[in-house]
Ligand binder design. Structure first.
Ligand code: CMC
Length: 395
């Protein structure tokens, strides 16, 4: 057996691929720089968490004010990025481009006018991280305005200076300022999404950074990895799946055997149910119940009918699906399942769920890029060769 064979694990399962001081993901808990996720979701804001991840410690009130002012100043996006979003409008409307693709390309071309782009020095990286954190919501918001055929919302300021990250993102996407309750729920969802150690997108960003390539490139790669339905794309796919079940069983089918039958057909065809399962958490994702409770509380008061049904009916359907998955497969929901339900209840367009994930995770990616650059070694694993034995070209 070769050295590579001895260490091989499909999907790198169980392999420790590096060291970090940013986050720990364990069966027993999720911690950002030592702070447990329930504690953060209850007592912190996303802006504080972003500071914690990027600057390495809990901010004092003065540090937080300074940080928020720096972010607000960086919210406007360059004209060439706005033009790109406008020119991509037809492709977005035609569906050949989806918001995650457009966000990925927009972040990539943001680099072209960033004065620090080519530097991997710590101070340049921190400046770029703040710019990326500030500009991603503006890109998402203005893209949604292009899709909806609305004038750009506050393009000179990148939103409303009085609003924090989550509320400003919602304002940019709709032109409407969210209620404090909606803003807080999105804020908590961003706290939950901010960081998750060596998940696929963060690992991608670290591999790119490990070649001493730049932060914009690493974040662009992170977005490409996050898009996949096995990773961040699951929040959109979970909601699409619930829509499919609702369509097939009807509202009257909720709470009945019709949903069990739908699920059994999915199991029989070995279909992967989106928003369920996790590589690390086998007894449940610590983030999921936090968001489920907040989303359900909103749904209980909701007076609109998202997708033509009361918001609470979507939650009831989701809860039934969860119960069947646990009973039949012993698989728990991950954070993307309640996220889909919660954002749907709030009327957020489904194709923007994963871009919103980016508006949060960009803080984690940038923290990891900085950590990688600060103590770098090229990330270059081995592969276990399974091909032809050595042979002659002219045999
Ligand atoms: N639906 C149906 N079966 C599942 C699911 C699922 N969502 N997840 C795992 N299983 C089954 C899987 O088929 C396998 O069964 P068997 O042993 O009979 O082949 C068993 O459970 C073990 O799963 P696995 O494929 O070894 O798990 P993994 O660690 O390779 O994959 C996962 C983890 C998240 C990719 C997977 O659970 C999955 O595809 N889930 C659906 C997509 C999803 O929700 N992704 C979001 C991940 S968490 C948050 C984020 O990154 O955004």
């Amino acid at each position: 057996m070769s050295q590579a064979d001895a260490a091989f694990a499909k999907g790198l399962e169980g392999i420790i691929a590096g060291e970090t001081t940013i986050c720990s993901v364990e069966q027993g808990g999720l911690f950002y720089r030592g702070y447990e996720i329930h504690d953060l979701a209850k007592n912190a804001t996303f802006d504080q968490v972003a500071f914690l991840l990027l600057e390495g410690h809990k901010p004092s009130p003065a540090e937080l004010d300074r940080f928020k002012a720096e972010i607000r100043k960086e919210r406007p996006i360059p004209h060439h990025v706005t033009r790109f979003l406008q020119e991509t409008g037809p492709a977005l409307k035609a569906g050949t481009a989806v918001p995650m693709d457009v966000l990925r390309s927009a972040v990539s071309i943001l680099a072209h006018t960033d004065p620090d782009c080519q530097s991997v020095a710590a101070d340049a990286n921190l400046r770029k991280a703040k710019r990326l954190l500030a500009k991603v919501p503006t890109i998402i918001g203005q893209m949604q305005n292009v899709i909806d055929g609305r004038p750009l919302v506050a393009p000179e300021t990148g939103g409303d200076p009085a609003l924090d990250h989550a509320a400003n993102l919602m304002y940019l996407m709709s032109g409407q300022k969210p209620s404090p309750e909606y803003a807080r729920v999105v804020d908590v969802s961003l706290i939950l999404y901010a960081e998750h150690d060596f998940n696929a997108s963060t690992f991608t960003s670290r591999v790119i950074a490990g070649t001493l390539s730049d932060m914009h490139g690493a974040v662009t790669g992170g977005i490409a990895a996050l898009k996949g339905p096995l990773h961040g794309g699951a929040n959109e796919m979970a909601m699409e799946m619930l829509k499919e079940i609702m369509h097939d069983v009807g509202e009257k089918g909720i709470g009945t055997k019709a949903v069990d039958d739908w699920m059994q057909r999915a199991f029989d065809t070995k279909r992967k149910l989106m928003g369920f399962g996790h590589r690390v958490y086998k007894n449940g994702d610590h983030r999921a119940p936090i968001l489920h409770a907040l989303g359900r509380a909103i749904a209980e008061k909701d007076t609109r009918n998202p997708g033509g049904h009361a918001a609470l009916q979507w939650f009831r359907l989701g809860e039934q699906v969860q119960a069947i998955m646990l009973d039949k497969k012993k698989i728990h929901p991950n954070v993307d399942f309640p996220c889909g339900l919660t954002y749907f209840t709030m009327g957020i367009p489904v194709p923007q769920y994963t871009p919103i994930f980016v508006a949060s995770r960009v803080s984690g990616w940038c923290a990891h890029v900085m950590e990688q650059h600060a103590n770098n070694r090229l990330i270059r694993p081995l592969s276990a060769y399974r091909g032809e034995p050595p042979r002659k070209w002219n045999a």
